[in-house]
Design a binder for this molecule. Structure first.
Ligand SMILES: Cc1cc2nc3c(=O)[nH]c(=O)nc-3n(C[C@H](O)[C@H](O)[C@H](O)COP(=O)(O)OP(=O)(O)OC[C@H]3O[C@@H](n4cnc5c(N)ncnc54)[C@H](O)[C@@H]3O)c2cc1C
Length: 380
């Protein structure tokens, strides 16, 4: 067992860190306040090969693994989580096309993502079906060679920016198996009947676009189904496993940001005649953040490495996602506490870290859902 990064992994981490420092730092506060993002940053990330590094080289990716994607996620999130999400999610869902799509679909959709010319999103969640994804009710009804899509989705990352979405829709309502009723269908967002509205006022990751979406008799060719009809739930779970570990890596990055910001502050801020760093109650918080972050990182590396070896362990992925979500929230809380009243102000970066942290516990499966997965597998 070797705990060292390879030279290539070290280079990726260094390049990602430099990119994020160069592109995110100056703009992060403004994009957070304005709830906006500049797509040219995403394009520059694409030029440097950061978009879809897990995609095959045939489609413009780097042919690397989930592990390298986790390195990227940590490095970007350590600088700013909102900008990291906005920069890296334009390829969110491409894993499904690469794994289950036809060669024609892969060649049509993937290269434009890795080059930064197109943005995609992944529309699974509905107003009445979040954690209970199998209850999603949007329908795709066959008419000749077409599918007619109706229904709505909510909280869709890149909903108003995307050129196309992969959508989780009911195609086989009469199938007795609850997990065999849905399919994944590609929907281009310029099709008549498609509507997306930006959701404003998020607590955190405000640079990232989140939208509610409606499909009103949206017609797509039947050939837009990705993979086998009725296999949508399994395809969504495949995506979740890859992405959950990347989200856990975001939590590690966020904890690192909390640590870096706290160390700077406690060395500078004086109280009772000494810097805060001189007091053990402060030192314990610094040590706790480091320890929690390192524990989370080891869980991420372990689970990601297994995925890349083709030996995915759902329990480890779920445990890492649950741990890193709670860990990120706790570390952000300790960091803000060490900043005292200043941490409560928008002009202090730690306030944004604190607000951004919570999403790690919610998207791609809440902490509770991840714990249910872990417990079920232990109790089976
Ligand atoms: C900023 C943001 C971006 C997102 N991006 C996307 C995206 O790109 N695509 C997409 O499809 N979705 C996206 N989501 C949706 C996200 O995945 C869901 O919000 C999440 O899965 C939870 O679903 P829900 O909000 O419906 O909560 P609910 O399912 O209503 O859950 C509410 C609470 O009840 C708990 N709960 C639910 N069931 C159980 C149970 N059986 N036992 C115990 N507790 C339970 C949950 O853990 C949670 O605490 C995004 C959400 C946000 C906020």
């Amino acid at each position: 067992m070797d705990f060292e990064f390879t030279k290539e992994q070290k280079d990726i981490a260094k390049a990602a860190r430099e990119f994020a420092l160069g592109e995110f730092v100056e703009k992060a506060e403004e994009f957070d306040r304005e709830e906006s993002f500049d797509d040219s940053i995403m394009k520059r990330a694409a030029e440097l090969g950061f978009l879809g590094i897990f995609l095959d080289e045939r489609y413009g990716g780097a042919g690397l693994g989930v592990f390298e994607q986790c390195i990227l996620q940590e490095e970007f999130a350590a600088v700013d989580l909102g900008m990291s999400v906005a920069t890296l999610t334009p390829v969110f869902g491409s894993e499904i096309i690469q794994k289950f799509g036809t060669e024609e679909q892969k060649l049509r959709y993937l290269p434009s993502l890795t080059s930064g010319d197109a943005i995609m999103g992944c529309a699974l969640t509905e107003p009445d079906a979040g954690s209970d994804l199998a209850s999603a009710a949007a329908t795709a009804v066959r008419e000749g060679d077409e599918l007619v899509i109706n229904g709505s989705k909510i909280f869709i990352t890149n909903g108003t920016r995307a050129d196309f979405l992969i959508c989780f829709v009911v195609t086989d309502p009469d199938n007795p198996g609850k997990h065999r009723r849905h399919s994944i269908v590609i929907v281009e967002t310029d099709r008549p009947g498609f509507e997306a509205n930006k959701l404003r006022g998020k607590l955190g990751i405000r640079a990232s676009d989140t939208a509610e979406i409606s499909f009103n008799n949206v017609r797509v060719p039947r050939s837009n189904i990705v993979g086998e009809q009725g296999n949508g739930f399994a395809e969504a779970m495949y995506l979740f496993n890859l992405n959950r570990i990347a989200i856990a890596a975001q939590g590690v990055g966020l904890a690192r940001a909390a640590l870096e910001e706290s160390i700077k502050h406690v060395k500078k801020r004086m109280a009772f005649g000494a810097p805060l760093a001189a007091y053990q109650a402060i030192q314990f918080k610094i040590a706790d953040i480091f320890t929690l972050m390192q524990a989370g990182r080891n869980m991420v590396y372990d689970a990601a490495w297994r995925i890349d070896q083709g030996r995915i362990d759902h329990r480890l992925v779920a445990a890492a996602k649950a741990f890193c979500g709670q860990m990120a929230v706790k570390c952000a809380d300790m960091a803000l506490q060490m900043h005292g009243g200043y941490g409560y102000l928008a002009e202090y970066r730690v306030q944004r870290i604190y607000r951004d942290a919570k999403i790690i516990e919610i998207y791609e499966g809440t902490t509770e859902i991840e714990k249910i997965i872990v417990a079920k597998s232990l109790l089976a």
